[in-house]
Design a protein around this ligand. Structure first.
Ligand SMILES: NC(=O)c1ccc[n+]([C@@H]2O[C@H](COP(=O)([O-])OP(=O)(O)OC[C@H]3O[C@@H](n4cnc5c(N)ncnc54)[C@H](OP(=O)(O)O)[C@@H]3O)[C@@H](O)[C@H]2O)c1
Length: 376
């Protein structure tokens, strides 16, 4: 049976679901799945949410419960056929009585090599794929491509702003800009990040803790993200919340070699790890800083502000993904802090345009997410 426009629509939905697993499933690929039965419409949807957790097909089949018999499964990636951390998805589809499988992208894993598809075909299932034109390859390729191309982590800049694009009414007049649901989502991202970073300006202004405070704790026994401060002169206060908490989960301070030695000693005595990073005057060389983080096991970095650090990241071309919450409030005063300061972009023509943009409503806020075109 040829692939129809209807099939394409369902595959696009599967790819959109796959994106929800981004930042959670690596080093596995993100995958989404839709199960549809003629006459009953969509009976199940799912995505691979956590490394080691159920694959997309299994999550969708769970939702479909008994209704998957005779249904079609649309998957963004060819179903796996070998035992990994979980049993093969091809078997789960067969056991559930799926009769047709349409998949978007072939599995880039050389060990897999079409094994799941073969297994399904041998069992008499109609399998169509790979199907082009649904952006599945790009979902797979971005994260892995960026890690392979660069010696830096996958870097997401995240902020919460008013509708006039400000992240605080003034420096030092912080406080939650977004609502509870948006903040919960941020904690979910922190749970899946290897490191959460801010500039020292944010530490001085907000005294943040930067921990993941999800109900039920971290998923799948993940280690807490390292808390990182870009702090050229080592101004992070030793009596601030971050440093006082440094013995419960790691705090890494990235400073210049000529920062005062007594500051370094005090931070180290308080349990922080201090890294010496090259740079000039009052700016760290962020590419060098990220290379150090990558060297120390950080593959996913969540940068949570503030304005100057975001600007410096954009200037240095080190951002892979942007996640901005827009809250329904207005600051607008003369001291209000922009989301990104001094990005180096001077005209509309030079503006950095995100790709594969998604908008989502999160409580009363909007979340806009998108990817920066491939960085070298
Ligand atoms: N709503 C939100 O999502 C959100 C999130 C975070 C922060 N905020 C707000 O943002 C404000 C803080 O932003 P901010 O711009 O003042 O501070 P920031 O961006 O957090 O930190 C800036 C500092 O980082 C250091 N730095 C290290 N490497 C740098 C580099 N390559 N380029 C530039 N700076 C570098 C510099 O420290 P030195 O000056 O010591 O050299 C610089 O002053 C606060 O009002 C806070 O409430 C809002």
């Amino acid at each position: 049976m040829p692939v129809t426009d209807h099939d394409l629509q369902r595959l696009k939905r599967a790819v959109a679901l796959a994106r929800k697993g981004f930042f959670g499933v690596e080093p596995n690929p993100p995958v989404g799945c839709v199960i549809e039965r003629d006459g009953d419409g969509i009976v199940g949807e799912g995505w691979h949410a956590d490394f080691g957790g159920p694959h997309a097909e299994v999550a969708a089949l769970r939702l479909a419960a008994g209704s998957a018999k005779g249904a079609t499964a649309y998957v963004s990636l060819a179903p796996c056929g070998r035992h990994g951390k979980t049993p093969p998805c091809a078997d789960a589809l067969l056991d559930a009585g799926i009769t047709r499988v349409v998949y978007a992208a072939g599995d880039p894993n050389p060990d897999e090599d079409g094994y799941g598809v073969e297994r399904l075909r041998r069992a008499g299932i109609a399998v169509e794929g790979p199907v082009e034109g649904v952006a599945a390859e790009s979902v797979l390729a971005r994260f892995h491509g960026s890690l392979a191309r660069t010696n830096t982590p996958w870097t997401v800049c995240k902020w919460a702003m008013s509708i006039d694009g400000r992240i605080a009414p003034a420096r030092g007049a912080g406080g939650a800009v977004s609502g509870t649901k948006a903040r919960r989502l941020t904690h979910h991202w922190r749970a899946h990040a290897d490191a959460v970073a801010v500039g020292v300006g944010t530490v001085l202004a907000d005294d943040p803790l930067l921990t993941c405070r999800l109900e039920g704790g971290l998923p799948n026994g993940r280690a807490p993200a390292k808390r990182v401060v870009f702090d050229p002169a080592l101004r992070t206060p030793v009596d601030g919340r971050l440093v006082l908490d440094a013995t419960s989960s790691p705090v890494w301070i990235l400073g210049l070699g000529d920062a005062p030695a007594e500051r370094r000693d005090a931070l180290e005595a308080a349990g922080c790890r201090v890294f010496e990073i090259p740079g000039a005057a009052d700016e760290l060389d962020l590419a060098a800083a990220l290379a150090v983080l990558r060297e120390h096991g950080v593959q996913r970095l969540l940068v949570e502000g503030g304005a100057r650090i975001h600007g410096a990241f954009f200037r240095a071309g080190l951002v892979d993904q942007v996640a901005a919450f827009v809250a329904p409030q207005v600051f607008g005063g003369p001291t209000a802090v922009p989301a990104v300061e001094d990005s180096g972009i001077a005209s509309v023509g030079e503006a950095l345009r995100l790709e594969e943009v998604m908008w989502r409503r999160i409580g009363d806020d909007l979340l806009m997410q998108g990817y920066v075109p491939d960085r070298a």
